[in-house]
Ligand binder design. Structure first.
Ligand code: SAM
Length: 276
């Protein structure tokens, strides 16, 4: 295949070559025939080939045009590969496999992993599960509980949309070129429909973004433009608390107060401008 292709840093290219790791990742995904698999960043096909062997068909999104011919060549004997050349950050996964029950996988380019996760969470209703290789530090932030140093916007939004499980860590030597940091495999399983809603997700994202935007400040200060002061006692939250102390349930309660405050009958007061 593309023996002349050199790994590109700007595309976050650290290709998996360790057979044992590839086997463990595929085992964790447990692909079954006809699963609607979508791979992000197939690269040289390290995961794509065994996925094709198990499922027969994979749709994949790859940004680097120079990898596509080699990828088609290496995949052809093993099944049906549908390649979408483009940026996963703007690609709409609903285009794949009729956009239902999608199983997303990928050894994600580290430079776009966090914004990509936020984008995919917004489309969680199309997704059955996601298995991603990420920097270990990113996975640690996803699973972090309230009160921990790494708890933040990524933790709250990931845990709102999905059940999150860190499966195993992967040493840098499994990749070429060797990255500077450890990696980890995470499984994200979106919650059943009805447990979340797109409207609530939008309100929650607003509250969480404001609160963690200045994480050293108290909620009373950071949220004064968003939620009425009465929301704090109503939700059982100390307005002098910092955002990392709040559980997902507490953030949801504040998001509900934001929704109520957004409704027209609440625009009669000036609380949201002067902080009273
Ligand atoms: N899956 C391969 C493997 O495990 O060896 C490659 C993984 S490599 C870490 C990340 C892959 O994502 C590369 O193939 C890279 O070209 C691709 N990529 C980088 N940025 C991308 C983007 N914005 N959209 C889609 N693919 C991207």
């Amino acid at each position: 295949m593309t023996s002349t292709h050199r790994p590109r840093k700007r595309f976050g290219q650290n290709f998996l070559h360790d057979r044992g790791t590839i086997g463990r990742v595929i085992g964790a995904i447990a692909p079954m025939p006809d699963d609607p698999l979508v791979e992000i960043g197939p690269g040289r096909g390290a995961l794509t080939v065994p996925l094709l062997q198990a499922c027969g068909r994979v749709e994949a999104i790859e940004m680097d045009r120079d990898l596509l011919d080699g990828l088609r060549e290496v995949c052809a004997p093993h099944g049906d590969i549908v390649l979408h050349q483009g940026d996963a950050l703007t690609f709409d996964v609903a285009q794949c496999h009729q956009g239902a029950g999608l199983r997303l996988v990928g050894n994600l380019p580290y430079n776009i992993s966090t914004p990509l996760i936020f984008r995919l969470l917004e489309q969680a209703e199309l997704i059955r599960d996601m298995h991603f290789m990420l920097q270990r530090e990113v996975v640690d932030r996803m699973i972090a509980p309230p009160g921990s140093r790494t708890y933040g916007r990524l933790s709250v939004m990931t845990q709102y949309h999905c059940q999150v499980k860190r499966l195993f860590t992967v040493a840098p030597g499994a990749f070429h070129p060797v990255p500077a940091v450890e990696s980890a495999i995470v499984r994200l399983t979106p919650h059943a429909p009805g447990l979340t809603s797109p409207e609530e997700a939008v309100q929650l994202a607003r509250v969480v973004t404001e609160a963690f935007g200045q994480r050293r400040k108290t909620l009373r200060k950071t949220l004064r433009e968003l939620v009425p002061p009465s929301a704090f006692p109503a939700c059982g939250i100390d307005p002098g608390a910092r955002p990392e102390q709040l559980s997902l349930a507490a953030f949801r309660c504040l998001a509900a107060a934001l929704r109520d405050a957004d409704s027209p009958e609440h625009y009669t007061g000036a609380w949201n401008r002067d902080g009273r």
